[in-house]
Each structure stands twice: as C-alpha cells, then as structure tokens.
Design a protein around this ligand. Structure first.
Ligand SMILES: [Zn+2]
Length: 399
C-alpha cells in the first residue's frame, strides 16, 4: 500500500518532503519514503491512497497521560474496577481519534495499563502502543496521595516499592515531589535513591516537579524526564540540556486550569466536583504558571533541552488528550510547526528508546501514521483535521 500527500513531515524536527509518499509493506512496516513518482515507479501494482492537499506524519506520542484518572468524574461512588477500565478504554479511543499512536501513562490504578496492553495484544480491544508506570510514588501526604498515588517514605521503602512496580511490569517509574508550594516533598537522599534504583536496572524515571527547589533537586538527582518544570529557570534548562534530561512542559494543562478556574470564579460556577473545587483553591498558582510557560518557553527551547509533548489533562469536561493544542501553544510561543511536531514524534521516540520502532517516517519502522488535512508544516492547526490514522500499517481511523 502506498500513501501519498502533498506534504510529509519526517519527525526529526527539520525534514519536510513535498509530493511525497510512504510505502507500507505487508507486515505493516514502512518499506520506503520519498518522492511519490519514484515510490510509485518502484512499487508497480501497489494500491495507492492519494490524500491530496494533506500532510502525512508519524503517529503522535502523548508523553503524559493518565488513562485511568477517573477521580474528577461525576458519580464517583459507582467507580469500581470495571468502570475504571471502561473509562480508560474510552481514553484510549480518544487517543486514536487524535492520531496518538503511542502513549506513556504516568500513573493510573495499579496494573490497569499493563492489562490494557495485554488485552490489546490479545485482540480484545483496540489501543495505541502503551508504555506505563503503575501508580506513581509520593511521600505520605504528598502530591497525588488523594488520587491513588502510592505513599512511601525513606530510602529503602522507596527502593522496595520501585522493585515491586518493576516486578509487576512497569516500563518507567514516576515520582511526584512538588505540589503548589515552594517546598520539596521528598528529600534529596530519597530522590537520589529512587533514580539510582531505576538506573541500576536500566529503567528510566520521570518526576513531577513544578516549583523550587524541587526542580533543582530533581535535576541533581538525575531524573530522565522532568514533568511540568513550571517555574524552571534558564540556567536549569541549560543544565538539563547538558545532562540530557528531557522536559515535558504540559503547557495546555496549566493554561487550561488557569482559564477554567478564572471562569468558574468570575461566573460563580458549580463547585460540587471535588477536583474543580480543588483547582479553584489553587487558582493563585495557575495564573503565574500559565504566564511562565508563555514567557519562557522559547528561551528554554533554545538551550537545546529536549522538549516532549504531554497533555496531562484530568479535569472533568476538559478536551481529552489535547496534544494538538499543546503543539499549537509551542508554535504560538515561538517554535516552528515542524519543530513542534518533533516534540510528539522523533524526540519522544529517542527518549523512550523506540527509534527502531516508531516516531519517524523511516524505512524499517512500524507504519504508525497520521494523515491530516492541509499543510501541517506551515499551519499547526492542520492537526485538528484528522483524515486517517494507521497503527502498524493497519487503518484504525478514517474520516
Ligand atoms: Zn500528570
């Protein structure tokens, strides 16, 4: 099968092909990528799908999802394991609708993502490629403890919990060490031990750190990805670039929280949802948070720090998995659409160690493809009009 379109974005942050095509082999891998006349000549008799004025790009990654975060749903008392699984399945369906073919889940109920992946492999359900932590780990009373994050204190209990999660199939470990205040939750000794326990097993680890001095402590501890980094400094971005630590800013989540809570306060909206009520309580945090992303994103990007797109949206009624909006903010704040696309394709592929699997339009990789209307290399909002989504060469969405 040959897919052709007027524009191809290869995923490396710079290469765009005009009048290009992707040939997909019978095993669902990319056989070749190049000018469409050449690809068609080399593969006579192949079925050709001509998408016309459209862009073909690698299927997207969302590097910060919580498929099983049901805590903001109404009717919470009905949420047993069955309901949580159905809820998570709906999130997975949204992902495919948007052209997200790979996710990293950074905390969901224990084993949920492991079993979703298994059920996908067994053919029971249709899900994107899933890489996951289990519940995430915070200190007793720390960020997320009300929402299913496992509470652990001290170096050896931390190591033991990490060992348990790895034994039970976690691909990554997630630590949470800051909330809305400027104090770090875990001690430096605990953070260092967590990273050491992962790295000596060859496993990567992500950390929720948005305030100071938690961000600096996490950079020093050697975490592989810093989630949010909301009040990061330029010097810290430079340090992360040098240490090869990646940044997952989650601009949309904080900007949405700011706008949403502002609206609720101004209009005196319904605060019966506990997660909304909590967000309103934190409104003083969200305004400077949204502004920090707007004002500093470009200068941090320019340090060369690897930026990864993650949506992290958990509010009831919010747009699910707004990864297109995340890329749109990056463009609004100063980078090019092609660079923004790399934060959801080539960059995460490298950080996840999946360069031979997915994230680029390169021969030999799985044909995880997104086709959108228009020229996404010029206009990032083209991503909002999905024409087709392919997972391992199989068409899973067609509009
Ligand atoms: Zn999160």
């Amino acid at each position: 099968m040959i897919l052709k379109a007027e524009h191809l974005i290869l995923g490396d942050g710079k290469t765009v092909l005009e009048q290009g095509a992707v040939c997909v082999d019978s095993e669902g891998k990319i056989k070749s990528v190049g000018p469409s006349d050449q690809i068609e000549r080399q593969n006579p008799g192949e079925e050709v799908r001509d998408y016309g004025e459209a862009t073909i790009l690698p299927g997207l990654f969302d590097m910060h999802v919580h498929f099983g975060y049901y805590y903001s749903q109404p009717g919470l008392s009905e949420y047993d394991d069955y309901m949580v699984a159905y809820y998570a399945l709906k999130q997975a369906a949204y992902a495919l609708d948007l052209g997200i073919t790979t996710v990293r889940d950074l905390a969901s109920p224990y084993n949920l993502c492991k079993k979703m992946r298994m059920a996908g492999e067994a053919g029971f359900i249709e899900v994107p490629r899933i890489f996951h932590t289990h519940t995430g780990i915070c200190m007793t009373g720390g960020h997320g403890h009300e929402d299913g994050i496992t509470e652990v204190d001290g170096v050896w209990p931390l190591r033991k919990e990490i060992r348990r999660q790895l034994r039970d199939g976690a691909d990554w470990i997630k630590i949470l060490t800051s909330n809305r205040e400027d104090f770090p939750e875990f001690t430096q000794e605990e953070l260092n031990a967590a990273v050491d326990e992962c790295h000596r097993r060859g496993v990567k680890t992500a950390v929720h750190a948005g305030t100071q001095p938690a961000i600096q402590m996490c950079i020093d501890a050697g975490f592989d990805t810093i989630e949010h980094g909301t009040f990061m400094t330029l010097a810290q971005a430079e340090q992360m670039a040098e240490n090869n630590q990646a940044w997952v800013p989650t601009i949309t989540a904080y900007t949405y929280l700011y706008e949403y809570t502002k609206r609720l306060i101004e209009e005196g909206g319904d605060l019966s949802n506990p997660i909304s009520a909590r967000a309103v309580k934190d409104q003083a945090f969200f305004e400077p948070a949204a502004n920090a992303y707007r004002d500093h994103f470009k200068s941090f990007y320019d340090t060369g720090v690897t930026v990864l797109a993650g949506s992290d949206m958990v509010l009831y009624g919010a747009p699910p998995l707004p990864i297109h909006q995340e890329l749109a903010y990056m463009v609004e704040y100063g980078i090019t659409p092609v660079q923004a696309v790399a934060t959801a394709t080539g960059n995460p592929s490298r950080v996840m160690g999946l360069e031979k699997v997915t994230g680029f339009l390169h021969p030999g990789l799985q044909a995880d493809l997104l086709v959108v209307q228009g020229n996404a290399a010029e206009d990032i909002h083209a991503l909002d009009q999905v024409l087709g989504v392919y997972l391992g060469g199989r068409r899973v969405r067609e509009n």
